[in-house]
Design a protein around this ligand. Sequence first.
Ligand code: G6P
Length: 608
Amino acid sequence: MCGIVGAVAKRNVVPILLQGLQRLEYRGYDSAGLVVVNEGKLQRARSTGRVSELTQKSSTTLGELGIAHTRWATHGVPSERNAHPHLSSEQIAVVHNGIIENYEELKQKLSGQGYAFTSDTDTEVIAHLIHSHYKQGKSLLEATQAALAELVGAYAIGVIAADNAHQFIAARKGSPLLLGVGDKENFVASDMSALLAVTRNVVYLEEGDVVEINLDSYRIFDAKGNLVNRPLMVSELSNDSVELGAYRHYMLKEIYEQPQALANTLEAVCNSKSLVPGLFGAEANEAFQLIDRVLILACGTSHNAGMVARYWLEEIAGIPCIVEIASEYRYRTSVADPKTLVVTISQSGETADTLAALNHAKSLGQQHTLAICNVPESAIIRQSKLRFLTRAGPEIGVASTKAFTTQLAGLFLLTLVLAKMRGRLNGEQEQKFLHELRHLPSALQAVLNLAPDIEKLAEQFVNKHHALFLGRGLHYPIAQEGALKLKEISYIHAEAYPAGELKHGPLALVDKEMPVIAVAPNDTLLEKLKSNLQEVRARGGELYVFADANTKIASSEGVHVMQMPEHAGFLSPILHTIPLQLLAYYVALQKGTDVDKPRNLAKSVTVE
Ligand code: G6P
């Protein structure tokens, strides 16, 4: 999703801006641009290609003040004319993340004042609006504040003026933005990872903040215009682990990192003899005693993790659980219950819908909030009382892999802690689960060894247009995750169904052109699943079955069986995820799609 970097320094800031954009590339974007002030003039470069193309285009651009942007189109097609920064009268330049909802109305007003629009974006109105105030003699700060007062919607912005060589303005409402503080140089970015090469000192801006940034000082004003102090923190984000190394794609690297990511995530329980609520924060013990239900809010892959957790929480901990798509929950009239534990799951911790759903849940009086998240300094972490950090390390591939399996590990721990507190887990069971968790990284490593077979299998999907994924019980959400992975990166239309539902509709789609992928653990639903597979075979459907050892499902004409290890009990969904990730990866690879940056998608969706 859109990224912002801004800098003021006593050196050329162009390399800083470009490096920052490069670090934000993983979020997904369709165009990029930057603007600097050079001898009283704005110098801009934009490109619809990669940041590397922008680097070539800006090889002669120089300046000690600049703002830069990667765009993910919302208003107006991806094109150079719609790429940010947007200018007004060659005087004001703006980069913007978010969506301005009243931009049409503002555009009409500004056109009436003689402003000519050169793009189809909502952002351009911000540039003209600021200019309309600036030309009346207001300072850049005042002009920006006046313009912001007229905007409806969400924004994080950076603003510079041609006649202001060492000062810029930034502001946020609804979209993330932070200030990086250097030694006689200052920066802004939408994500701390963009600034790690230049500073670790960070001020997280709050909702409605506007900041005036100079070479060796800055002033922050809150939404009411009062001068405020925000804490200066030292970021602990790791600057490494984002190199591709020997791998061809980040997605493959991240699939292979899963044993280590799980080991890191489970580190806290590996050496302990028992499970404690403190794993989720100091206040967890008290909070967990006060709740009698769980509400999980998330989007995309994180939502699929929540769906698995629902089976665990109800069966093992005996606690009622609802899982909702965050973008639905935030607008639905729901029945709130203060005894609910509100769990948000998010890799990035910045997903706009999940963040809004969390705040909506809180506004309804549900104060027991827990974030399961991969980014320690993210908004969702900061806005939740309790937290569990998945230690997957930076995830760069847009299609989430290691974040998902580590989220599952965190959710399983939550289940066990709640089960123990509710008297549903005796000492022996606790030890057994702890043992299984410790064994998980090596079990997962064994599944990764299936990669060469799956690569071969993938050849049979390359010319398909549709695929159906089946699972039952705990593994139905895994079938959903498999379908999501395949559609995200190979662009093959894929749907998942609980296998028992096949006869109520999807069976009509089955013929020899429809590959059917089945997740077949050796659990209590195995015999039921086998009957469902017969239904598919009888209609000429080609079956691809990921079967645990001892399921007695054999390969035959039209039935391709991939042998998984022995059944892993409640942790089986984590193992069954791996072959589906690999399948999606190898199909996409053979189709030649952009695996790490699939078309139209973004890694971190910070707008609604
Ligand atoms: C985007 C990503 C998905 C991700 C979803 C939720 O759509 O492309 O991979 O699952 O956002 O993201 P989150 O960071 O909240 O887990």
